[in-house]
Ligand binder design. Structure first.
Ligand SMILES: CC(=O)N[C@H](C=O)[C@@H](O)[C@H](O)[C@H](O)COP(=O)(O)O
Length: 222
């Protein structure tokens, strides 16, 4: 899987219950459109979407399950329950929150990484800081992704991609680093590759029309 996405685009096809495009059928056809546009992989959320996408396109899938728990801020593949759902969906790689925050039910990141590897599946660590990326690398994950930069209280806030985090991780970690989060233009994606990103994940700028529309409306008003 990592070789297949090297130097290429992964399109994140996700729409939560409160989003207009929330539907496995729609996400499967978003993935089909992404495939036609040249995507080399898909990032998807939830068993139903992943099964629908798998039936529509023959691309490697990075799977997550977003689920909120009352006792934790971690919501991207937080516990073994979500990992088991993704193993059932037979994704090539499981992405999980690898920030230093407390997981629900006293689960621990190291144990989840071992459990996923034990089941022959790759692990992508969604991180928000250099320290989290290095810690996840040392725990044996297969790649890092800058997914959560700006989404944890202590990480840097910016409206665009966190190229600084990307560059530092590329320099310090010897595993693939994937640029993800706020990559909103082809130029952003190209710059990420030039800075050493193994691959680029783009979601909202391709698959969230409500946000794309808002960007146009806001842009027309400035
Ligand atoms: C913070 C969080 O939960 N991010 C999620 C991770 O799966 C997705 O909602 C993002 O769309 C994805 O990371 C791609 O990022 P962008 O949509 O900015 O291209």
């Amino acid at each position: 899987m990592l070789q297949a996405i090297k130097g290429n685009l992964v399109v994140s096809c996700q729409a939560l219950e409160n989003e207009p495009l929330h539907s496995p059928f729609i996400m499967a056809h978003m993935a089909k459109a992404a495939r036609e546009g040249g995507a080399a992989g898909i990032r998807a959320n939830g068993y139903d979407d992943i099964v629908a996408i798998r039936a529509e396109v023959n691309l490697p899938i990075i799977g997550i399950v977003k689920r909120d728990y009352p006792d934790s801020d971690v919501y991207i593949t937080p516990t073994r329950k979500e990992v088991d759902e993704l193993l059932l969906a037979k994704v090539e790689m499981i992405a999980l929150d690898a920030t230093n925050r407390k997981r629900p039910n006293h689960e621990d990141l190291a144990g989840l990484i071992q459990y996923i590897h034990h089941h022959g599946t790759l692990v992508m660590a969604d991180i928000s800081t250099v320290e989290e990326g290095i810690d996840a690398w040392k725990l044996g994950v297969d790649c890092l992704s800058t997914t959560l930069s700006g989404y944890t209280p202590y990480s840097s806030k910016q409206t665009g991609p966190d190229f600084e985090l990307l560059q530092k991780l590329v320099k310090q970690a010897s595993i693939p680093v994937i640029a993800e989060g706020h990559l909103n233009t082809p130029a952003d994606a190209k710059k990420a590759l030039e800075l050493g990103a193994h691959s680029v994940v783009v979601g909202s700028a391709i698959t969230r029309p409500q946000l794309i529309t808002k960007a146009f409306v806001d842009g027309m008003r400035t």
